[in-house]
Design a protein around this ligand. Structure first.
Ligand code: F6R
Length: 245
């Protein structure tokens, strides 16, 4: 388990982008697992810059996104399809046929879930999975609870997540109540995992994630069982964890 502490969000984003760039340079047909949310925005922006400036080549890269809301059309400005296009895909040269994001708009959600894990396996498995963490310790949309699902599945979002994500919508009522997410098993199968956490509002979840104990009440704590996880934290997100050290 490796933990890197960055002085601030900008440095965290640079560290994360450097790791993705190295992955892609080492294996040009890398399979990347990607996350949305505020945290990886800086990383996507730096990677886009590296593509323009240094010809960082994504032409053979295959991507799988962690999750998507159920019921939002891909062109809805709050959909994760839209986010990925805006922040990353239209800035770099990933081929559209190599982009995978679960889409339930016109398809049966259960079928989408079944086929998604199959597609990941067919691609050879995820080489590097990028993750954020929710204030309640969720990864993807695997919410705290008594049971966690192994495979890609449909999930009812918790009030805490709906509240946290309402900042992207006009009102809380507009936040979809359900999402498709890769399961904890799909995530743990990735060859490498890189979790990013920034800001004081993540400090408690980060402390519990790295506590040495594993619980379904804090899904990110499972990552301690992965064979090659990297946690990149900024000082604020690391503050309670470091206070404990
Ligand atoms: C996004 C995702 C979520 C976010 C988490 C943190 O694809 O899977 O688990 O990583 O909610 O979101 P931010 O970065 O907005 O704090």
């Amino acid at each position: 388990m490796k933990i890197m502490i960055a002085a601030d969000y900008r440095k965290l984003s640079q560290m994360a982008a450097d790791i993705v760039a190295k992955q892609v340079q080492t294996k040009n047909n890398s399979v990347l697992g990607l996350a949305t949310g505020s945290t990886p925005e800086g990383m996507y922006s730096i990677l886009s810059h590296m593509h323009r400036q240094d010809n960082l080549d994504f032409s053979e890269v295959i991507t799988f996104n962690l999750d998507e809301y159920v019921g939002l059309a891909p062109d809805h400005p709050q959909s994760y399809h839209y986010y990925m296009k805006h922040h990353f895909f239209k800035q770099v040269n990933v081929k559209s046929c190599n982009i995978n994001i679960p889409c339930t708009e016109k398809n049966n959600p259960e079928k989408v879930c079944r086929e998604y894990d199959q597609e990941i396996n067919n691609s050879g498995g995820i080489d590097l999975q990028v993750l954020g963490i929710g204030t309640n310790g969720h990864i993807g949309f695997n919410e705290p609870g008594r049971l966690l699902s192994v495979d890609t599945h449909i999930v009812d979002l918790t009030e805490e997540t709906i509240e946290a994500n309402s900042r992207f919508f006009k009102s809380k009522n507009e936040v979809p109540r359900r999402a498709v997410t890769m399961g904890v098993g799909s995530i743990m199968k990735a060859k490498k995992i890189m979790l990013l956490a920034s800001g004081l509002n993540k400090a408690k979840a980060v402390k519990e994630m790295l506590s040495g104990k594993v619980t379904t009440d804090l899904p990110a704590s499972l990552l301690q069982l992965h064979h090659d996880p990297l946690f990149i934290l900024d000082h604020e997100a690391a503050s309670l964890f470091q206070a404990k050290e």
